[in-house]
Design a protein around this ligand. Structure first.
Ligand SMILES: [Zn+2]
Length: 201
């Protein structure tokens, strides 16, 4: 029997590779943690139907340049749209890690987080997933390639095993923060103008 897209994403979020993603990063005076518990809360929100996942092609739902997007709504809940017709594979899985990171910030009510920091953290999680699953990031994926050294430093720390949840390397993370606002996808949007995304929990 075919399983639904939502069930497949829930299974993926609770799997061993996503379960290894873990890091902290600073935001203003706070330290934010991304780990398997956060992805577990997103999986629960999907299971409870407070977060929906749908394929889409309508530019009003998914911008032409995007392969996936998380849309937080002012009311409770949110929606992940993925490009219709995209096959399940490492590429799509990385997109889901990225969007589920945004969803996690929403579920965790991190309303003070800027859109730029959100994007940077989501790209680090996505790049970590690609590195751990031995997917080679295409050279045309500019932001993921800038996120890669951040991810590689975290992987070194995982291997060293000295810190349960390592912090991101500030220098490579700052380089990532610098490149995102310059990308066409983010120009004019909150990640480029200092704004925040909609959060509702
Ligand atoms: Zn994003």
């Amino acid at each position: 029997m075919a399983i639904s897209l939502s069930d497949r994403v829930i299974r993926f979020l609770c799997g061993p590779e996503v379960g290894r993603i873990r890091f902290t990063f600073p935001e203003a005076a706070a330290t934010i943690t991304i780990n398997r518990a956060m992805y577990g809360r997103v999986a629960k929100a999907i299971k409870d139907h407070s977060i929906g996942i749908f394929p889409a092609t309508d530019p009003a739902l998914i911008p032409p340049g995007s392969s996936a997007i998380y849309d937080g709504s002012p009311a409770k809940g949110g929606t992940i749209f993925i490009r219709a017709g995209k096959h399940w594979g490492r590429d799509l899985e990385g997109d889901l890690v990225h969007e589920c990171t945004h969803a996690g910030f929403d579920v965790d009510k991190l309303i003070g987080l800027t859109a730029l920091t959100e994007e940077a953290a989501a790209f680090v999680a996505e790049a970590l997933y690609y590195r751990m699953s031995h997917f080679s990031i295409p050279s045309s994926w500019v932001v993921q390639n800038v996120a890669r050294p951040v991810a590689d430093r975290l992987l070194h720390q995982y291997q060293a095993g000295n810190t349960p949840i390592p912090g991101i390397d500030p220098a490579t993370f700052n380089a990532l923060l610098a490149v995102i606002p310059l990308r066409p996808t983010y120009q004019g949007g909150p990640a480029a103008t200092g704004g925040s995304y909609v959060h509702n929990g």
